[in-house]
Design a protein. Structure first.
Lengths: 262, 890, 224
């Protein structure tokens, strides 16, 4: 059964316990940061920051809105990264999320560009290309032992909960309708996006306000590349090989005949 | 906290004021969120703060206020409620407000001294009757009051207002002119919504929304709670701020009930425990009064603070007859004396005998105002003057956390020796080689003792909800680090060794001190916290009846005045069962409370005697039925009244005194005990004559105010009229220090903002760092989140001074300046206060010049470089939250 | 020109050819690790990428070195493969029948490279440029270009592979297997072909060199 993390932005206080718990459980080193005029830090996801909270002050607001949003792997069902991964290092776990076997990652980095959410990060040498991808792995080791992911475990307010995806969708929908009844422009993000994300969001405004893509999709070029170009490649090489074999047989037969004819 | 963390979920309206709970008490929001998202009647959340915080982001109503104007805001709320009460019909009034609670459980109906005069009296504007200015130029309080005319009309047996008790009034003039509720109205009559907006900057419409939402919790069965923290207390009138909350809560019947209360969110995990155990200078363990030098014998002390200080007051005309007056139940049950004698026995054991007054004279005596004040501010003043020559700094970092921090750093230079016990070398330990100091000319010998952290030792901590929870050691301390207890133990044993053979006032208390905490095994060479805990709980010091010497007492009820028992802290007496089970170690996750209101009484233990919500007898009506059927704290079990003892069986929480409900006792012709058993009059104090600056809070201006006149009282600022400055519009009794001539008063200068201080500065914490930063500024994961000190300011101010988001700015006050990264945000808005445009600048105070994350300026960018060495009139807690400053581009 | 043989490829040209051949094969194989899922495990730990990049550097360096050492020859080659005439059209018309064992007399006479070889060289030349440019972007600019652009660059790299791999098969076949190209492989190994082979396959070229007009142009740097 598919599992999911439900992030309820209306319950999140951006204490960032999740951000630290992620680093702690996954043994990720701290980054050296500077303050650039915001509480938000590190500035972006990286090979050692798999989860970060965004602090968003709408620029045209009245100073009475401060949105907090989670930024980490969305664990898509239609996952660009899984589609392009040549080694199967990034794959769909039987519980639905996008698991990652770092040992067999070849470091090609295709996943980085195939991700509609700009999540995977590469670490290693640019010169040699010896690299590994890094991203949220849904605490697969914890989940396998029936523990919650570390971020969920540490969340004090229940802004992050974890469970069967169907149940999470139900809870999220209930929450959205409750909020809507109170006049909030609430919505559920991730139920159908990319055939269903395994990180669901309850939002109080449009996804855009939370810096989430409104209609995320795996780029058509990924489809072109993986579903058309590759097939074309096999077809072309196959056709050429077949043609050459035919040529050999025909040419040889004719030349033998000719020789015999002489 | 009167209540506890989980209880927040039972609230109908949560008012967070003077606190940024979401950021600084993140776990509290588990329960705030639970209240706000429960299926039925979810709670409303109100956030009152100068700055739109992470707490505000979750609130239904956000009310901005100018820093330091809580009393005007709360006073306005009180006025709104009183005005509402008065204008409603009697029936509606009784539906909308819990009038039984108001009149029977508080002193609202009591009559005050006929010569009492309020602050509106033209002969002493802004002041209550009885004020005298303190003309002594030395650091100290601006002035003081004779409180003789603040008491009840008949001190022993005050009258009550019959019209109020009978809900038989329409206009204020129907009430006795000296009735508490009418005096309350007169005190706050001028705090109109217009006035609130003018003083606090909170838009009138927002303020009215707050009033309406919060006043709705006044209905019987509804509960509103107030969560406050240092934004409330750290003002020159911090105590009066809290008094304001208490009055508000009592008017609405919100004390003692589930989902109600006044909940102080403690800044560290064990602040409650440290207060309980007397880490404040005005109390002994268990809130017993510290000994004044005038009280030379045990009997004088007991007579003054116990027999006289806690003498019952019997109000006339109430349904209940009198207070149990727990501190001094009767001449035969002198609890105050029992608790003190048991404490003295715990400390001096067999050496404390009836003949030597149980070593009463070994207790240090204070001589307030004469030699030194032992509060934080007073101590540093004494250090600066060279009166105090040695100092132990324990789990504290005053070089970062103290007010006027650079002044306190300089004061440290006067010490002969300084001992710092901490996990890291702190700014305090390193003061002698800080930037600008000349190590060659500083004679202080500094000892740095490495301390174990909380995971490296066992013992109990008491959380904000008063739960004493035992924690176990997870791993051994690193290197030479030792637990605080082990360090104290070694220190005392060494002192005893050094004093051995000597006699005299210094040697005797140490030589005679009972100190025997080593046990076999792990604690063979250091004190065993389990043994210390047993002594705190208390045991028999000799055979009494069927009890043998060494048997544990049941709880504080077993303590005696004759020295037959010892207990290190009566409040914690009851933490063990008589067979030695430490209830602080209990971990029963089942909530067996009535209607599962979340008491979890089997999880750890809380004082007093595991009462999870104190004053809970106010949560039931005169018959003992809960006001709130959904969230009952206690309930009288029908028919359980025992005529012989006048007690009954209460269901639910441990009732505040086991006496039967008022109506039940009365029917039986027995004394009916009023619900607030620790108060002399048995009812709660809307009128609170014990505080320094008056029985009711009046709106004062902060020590450094951008205004020229108090907009409420009309009192002008008076800055230079007397040595410390006449009170003027400030708190008339606040404590004004003087750290070696540092200027403790900044002046606004609107004509030339480059030469004055026209912004209101405030300090606070962020989620990601903790206190003075010793632990968090040495932690890379946390530094990553908040790497540098910041100065938050609104866009209007930033535009004016030409600062952009992310620029380095300088924040300057009369004490000094710091550099920080500008965080320019709409979350701080310019306010119109009177005829002034006032901007705020907010500075987290965590940073210093040591650790992995240091400040930007060489002084560590410590926020407290900016704050003044002035303090609260009652507690001397420093004024950290409001000061004047200006911002410059660095 | 004794013993009925003529020199067709100089030692330098052959060295160049085989360097490029080996490099290209290495690149193709290491590239295929990421292309064919069954080979994916071979790409683990990035060793194949290191090899791929070393080979890529050689693939760039070899033509550059050739250009530096024999600039005239290199320019001639480039010019040659881009110069197409009537004979090429004729050749293309006649080629299918010829390569399927038809009458070789119908083939128009060819220069040092026949049209097919020119076509192959052109494909090889252009795809190397395609590989190098797209590969360089993938190597060095991954972090700095938009994801979508990167995907297109990858697609170009792969497209170059499909085209060049297909043509490589044809080239291998014609150079080493086709019953008619008996001396092609030999020529690239030893540098010489028989006079007869030269006449049949590169009539115009043979005519030129047999006139004694020995110029620097006589050897085609191209591979078959």
């Amino acid at each position: 059964m598919a599992k999911a993390i439900l992030f309820d932005s209306t319950k999140c206080t951006a204490c960032r316990g999740c951000q630290v718990a992620c680093k702690q459980w996954n043994n990720l080193e701290a980054e050296e940061t500077v303050n650039t005029g915001t509480y938000e830090n590190p500035p972006d996801l990286s090979s050692r920051t798999w989860l970060k909270m965004r602090f968003i002050e709408p620029p045209d607001g009245d100073g009475k809105v401060w949105l907090f949003s989670r930024r980490a792997c969305m664990h898509c069902t239609e996952a660009g990264c899984v589609k392009v991964c040549p080694t199967g290092a990034v794959y769909h776990h039987e519980e639905g999320f996008v698991a990652y076997n770092k040992d067999i990652c070849s470091g090609c980095g295709y996943c980085v560009d195939a991700c509609p959410f700009d999540v995977p990060r590469m670490v290693g040498s640019t010169l040699t290309g010896k690299k590994k991808m890094e991203k949220c792995v849904f605490c697969a080791d914890r989940v396998a032992n029936e523990e919650k992911p570390a971020c969920v475990k540490t969340c004090p307010t229940g802004a992050l909960i974890y469970g069967e995806r169907t149940e999470m969708v139900d809870l999220a929908e209930q929450r959205v309708s409750k909020l809507a009844a109170d006049g909030v422009d609430a919505q559920l993000y991730g139920k159908d996006e990319l055939d269903g994300l395994h990180v669901l969001y309850v939002l109080a405004h449009s996804p855009k306000d939370y810096k989430l893509p409104v209609n995320p999709e795996v780029s058509p070029s990924v489809t072109l590349w993986q579903d058309i170009l590759k097939v074309m490649g096999y077809a072309a090489v196959g056709a050429v090989a077949g043609g050459l074999l035919l040529n050999y047989m025909v040419a040889r037969a004719r030349m033998v005949k000719e020789k015999e004819g002489k | 906290m009167t209540n506890h963390w989980i209880d927040l979920r039972n609230s109908d309206c949560i008012l967070i004021i003077g606190s940024n709970a979401a950021e600084n008490h993140p776990i509290s929001f588990k329960w705030v969120t639970a209240a706000m998202t429960r299926a039925n009647n979810p709670a409303k959340l109100i956030s009152v703060d100068p700055r739109f915080t992470r707490t505000s982001s979750k609130a239904d109503i956000y009310a901005p206020i100018r820093s330091g104007t809580d009393i005007a805001f709360i006073g306005g709320m009180i006025r709104y409620i009183l005005n509402d009460m008065q204008s409603l019909s009697r029936t509606e009034r009784a539906e909308k407000y819990n009038l039984t609670y108001l009149t029977q459980y508080t002193n609202a109906a009591l009559i005050i001294h006929s010569e009492f005069e309020g602050w509106k009296d033209p002969t002493h504007p802004g002041l209550f009757v009885g004020f005298t200015e303190n003309t002594n130029p030395a650091p100290g309080n601006l002035g003081g009051y004779s409180k003789s005319k603040w008491g009840y009309a008949d001190a022993g047996s005050p009258d009550t207002d019959a019209a109020l008790l009978g809900n038989n009034w329409t206009n204020w003039s129907d009430l006795n002119p000296k009735c508490v509720l009418r005096l309350l109205w007169e005190n706050y009559e001028d705090f109109t919504p217009e006035m609130v907006e003018k003083v606090t900057g909170c838009p009138q419409s927002t303020f009215e929304q707050v009033c309406e939402a919060y006043a709705a919790t006044g209905a019987p069965g509804k509960a509103g709670t107030i969560m406050y923290a240092m934004g409330t207390t750290q003002h020159t009138y911090g105590t009066q701020n809290i008094r304001g909350y208490a009055i508000l809560q009592l008017l609405l019947g919100n004390i003692g009930v589930a989902g109600g209360g006044i909940n102080a969110l403690r800044g560290t995990s064990n602040v409650q425990g440290s207060t309980d155990m007397c880490l404040l200078s005005h109390i002994l363990p268990g809130y017993l009064s510290v000994v004044n030098h005038k009280l030379q014998t045990l009997e004088q002390y007991v007579d003054t603070v116990g027999r006289k200080g806690k003498a019952p007051v019997v109000p006339k005309g109430l349904a209940g007859d009198k207070s149990a007056s727990w501190w001094w139940l009767s001449e035969s049950a002198q609890n105050y004396k029992k608790y003190l004698v048991s404490l003295l026995k715990a400390w001096w054991m067999d050496n404390a005998t009836e003949e030597n007054d149980f070593c009463f004279n070994y207790l240090p005596k204070i001589n307030a105002g004469q030699d030194a004040d032992y509060t934080h501010i007073g101590t540093f003043e004494a250090v600066a003057k060279g009166i105090v020559k040695g100092m132990m700094v324990w789990g504290q970092n005053p070089a970062v956390g103290g007010p006027d921090a650079e002044g306190e750093r300089k004061a440290l230079e006067k010490l002969d020796w300084l001992m710092v016990t901490d996990l890291f070398e702190t700014e305090t330990a390193a003061f002698w080689y800080r930037d600008g100091a000349d190590p060659g000319s500083i004679g202080t010998e500094v000892f740095l003792l490495p301390a174990a952290c909380s995971y490296e030792k066992q013992g109990s901590i008491s959380n904000s909800g008063r739960w004493a929870q035992w924690r176990y050691k997870a791993l051994d301390p690193i290197g030479e680090a030792k637990s605080d207890l082990a360090i104290v133990d070694a220190l005392v044993l060494k002192l005893k060794e050094k004093y051995a053979g000597e006699t005299g006032p210094k040697a005797d208390p140490i030589n005679q001190l009972y100190w025997d905490y080593h046990t076999e095994g792990e604690y063979a060479d250091e004190a065993d916290p389990n043994k210390v805990a047993l002594e705190i709980h208390g045991y028999y010091t000799k055979d009494v009846g069927d009890k043998k010497k060494g048997d544990l007492v049941t709880n504080f009820v077993s303590l005696a005045t004759d020295g037959s028992t010892c207990s290190g802290n009566w409040l914690y007496s009851g933490m063990f069962t008589t067979d030695g089970r430490n209830k602080a170690k209990d971990r029963d996750p089942v909530d067996a409370s009535l209607n599962q209101i979340g008491l979890y009484s089997g999880w750890s233990w809380c004082w007093p005697i595991n009462r999870r919500i104190i004053y809970n007898r106010a949560s039931v009506d005169l018959d003992g039925s809960p006001w709130d059927d959904i969230h009952p704290v206690i309930a009288y079990q029908e028919g359980s009244h025992n005529p012989a003892t006048n007690t009954c069986k209460w269901l639910g929480d441990i009732a505040d005194g086991g006496w039967s409900p008022i109506a039940v006792s009365k029917n039986d012709g027995k004394p009916a005990y009023l619900p607030f058993i620790m108060q002399n009059e048995g009812v709660a104090h809307i009128w609170g004559p014990g505080r320094a600056e008056g029985p009711l809070p009046v709106a004062y201006e902060p020590w450094e105010s951008p205004l020229e006149t108090n907009l409420v009282t009309g009192v002008p600022a008076q800055l230079d009229e007397s040595p410390k400055g006449m009170p003027g519009f400030n708190d008339p009794c606040c404590y004004v220090g003087d750290l070696g001539g540092m200027n403790q008063r900044g002046r606004p200068n609107w004509e030339d903002p480059t030469n004055g201080f026209n912004c209101v500065g405030t300090t606070y914490r962020v989620s990601e760092h903790w206190q003075a930063g010793q632990m968090t500024r040495n932690h890379p994961w946390l530094i990553e989140l908040q790497p540098q000190p910041i100065a938050e300011m609104g866009e209007e101010l930033a535009d004016d001074v030409g600062v952009k988001n992310g620029d380095i700015v300088k924040v300057v006050t009369a004490r000094g300046s710091i550099e920080a990264v500008a965080v320019v945000t709409k979350r701080f808005r310019r306010m119109t206060i009177g005829d002034k445009q006032v901007d705020h600048v907010g500075v987290p105070w965590h940073w210093g010049y040591k650790g992995l994350s240091k400040g930007i300026s060489p002084n560590g960018s410590s926020g407290n470089v900016l704050t003044p060495h002035v303090g609260d009139a009652n507690t001397t807690i420093p004024e950290y939250k409001t000061f004047l400053c200006r911002v410059e581009k660095a | 020109m004794a013993h009925h043989e003529v020199e067709r490829f100089s030692a330098g040209a052959r060295l160049f050819h085989w360097t490029v051949t080996i490099t290209a094969i290495v690149l193709a194989i290491t590239g295929l690790f990421l292309w064919v899922p069954a080979f994916g495990s071979l790409a683990e730990d990035s060793y194949s990428r290191i090899i791929h990049r070393v080979a890529a550097v050689i693939l760039v360096a070899a033509p550059l070195l050739f250009f530096i050492s024999r600039p005239g020859r290199a320019l001639h080659f480039v010019k040659y493969i881009f110069t197409w005439g009537k004979d090429d059209i004729e050749w293309l018309k006649a080629a299918p029948d010829y390569y399927f064992g038809g009458d070789e007399k119908k083939m128009p006479p060819q220069g040092e490279m026949n049209t097919g070889q020119k076509l192959w060289s052109l494909v090889a030349f252009l795809s190397v440029i395609g590989f190098v440019v797209s590969g360089a972007i993938m190597w060095f600019a991954k972090a700095s270009i938009p994801a979508e652009l990167f995907l297109w660059v990858t697609i170009i790299h792969d497209l170059c592979f499909i085209v060049s791999a297909s043509m490589t098969l044809v080239h291998l076949y014609l150079g080493a297997i086709h019953p008619r190209m008996t001396e092609s492989l030999k020529s690239m190994l030893k540098g010489k072909v028989s006079v007869e082979y030269a006449k049949h396959h590169h009539g115009k070229w043979y005519a030129e060199i047999s006139k004694g007009k020995e110029t620097d142009n006589k050897q085609a740097p191209s591979t078959h």
